[in-house]
Design a protein around this ligand. Structure first.
Ligand code: SF4
Length: 291
């Protein structure tokens, strides 16, 4: 049967469907699909009312962007310090304009980042890993920092945790190309350790500028590092997950990091509960004009 190319394609599709069903089962997502709380891709990406401004259709080549992270401008050199982390690292970030006021283009931000040497993580990286995805996205995911696969490929969330994130996005009724994904730090920490407070505080203003340029309507922060750098909360992710917060007028949903879900799959159900709230918000809210 598999010798016939049509049958082989059918078998491949069946295999993919089986795998997706298994993943939905792990999430406990069957009931969502049945009661239609999980939207179609169109419902998630374009839930506009008749009188709401419609997002212009963007050719795929423009929606999917990838950019070189190599040097464009002369970055400030990293100078190793022995002074230890600042007592108030949040003050290291320069004041940012509100999201509504921001007019900066992503290309300007990436040009500014260039071949960045502003913190010590530059010493062990292969390349800077900038935010990647659909710049018109309503939904943004933010994690901690690149790992080995991301460092090698120059894109965020392409390793095992990234594959799980892709499944989570698809379980939400979207494609990975519909969303945009970034990290607090854009260079791989040695040994995949957590970025220090100082490293995160030096790098995150770039993320804030990207958020202001992209203007997502919902941000899913994944794990403690993303949570604490975006929302400046002291509680851990287990306490605050599942509750919408605010970042400069943008709804933020904290949830577990996919890498943590790989270590503890029992947390997938809680994560899915959090993602359902995001789906419900996007479904019930007309898409905002980004102009
Ligand atoms: S982690 Fe961020 S601040 Fe540090 S070197 Fe990389 S891009 Fe620059």
């Amino acid at each position: 049967m598999a010798d016939n190319p049509h049958n082989a394609a059918l078998l491949s599709l069946l295999g993919q469907a089986r795998e997706q069903a298994r993943f939905f089962g792990e999430l406990g997502a069957e009931s969502i699909a049945l009661d239609k709380a999980a939207p179609s891709p169109e419902a998630v990406t374009m839930p506009v009312k008749d009188d709401a401004p419609r997002r212009p259709s963007v050719p795929p080549a423009r929606e999917e962007f990838m950019f070189s992270a190599r040097a464009v401008q002369s970055p400030k050199p990293y100078v190793s310090k022995s002074t230890g982390p600042s007592k108030d690292l949040f003050k290291l970030a320069a004041p940012q304009p509100s999201v509504a006021q921001a007019r900066e283009a992503l290309e300007d931000i990436w040009r500014d980042i260039g071949d960045c040497t502003r913190c010590g993580l530059c010493e062990g990286r292969t390349q800077v890993v900038n935010t990647h995805g659909n710049r018109n996205a309503r939904l943004m995911f933010i994690g901690e920092a690149p790992g080995a696969d991301e460092d090698a490929q120059g894109k965020p969330f392409v390793g095992r945790a990234g594959q799980l994130l892709t499944k989570m996005i698809e379980a939400m009724g979207m494609k990975r190309e519909d969303v945009i994904i970034g990290n607090v730090n854009r260079c791989r920490p040695p040994g995949n350790r957590q970025p220090t407070l100082e490293e995160a505080a030096i790098c995150r203003p770039f993320l804030f500028r990207e958020i202001a340029a992209i203007k997502p309507e919902v941000i899913v922060v994944m794990g403690n590092t993303a949570l604490r750098n975006l929302l400046e909360v002291r509680e851990g992710i287990s306490r605050v997950r599942g509750q919408f917060r605010d970042f400069r007028g943008i709804k933020v949903m904290p949830t577990f990091h996919p890498a943590y879900l790989l270590r503890d799959p029992s947390k997938k159900r809680e994560t899915w509960e959090d993602l359902k709230k995001v789906i419900e918000y996007l479904e019930s809210t007309p898409a905002k004009s980004k102009s």
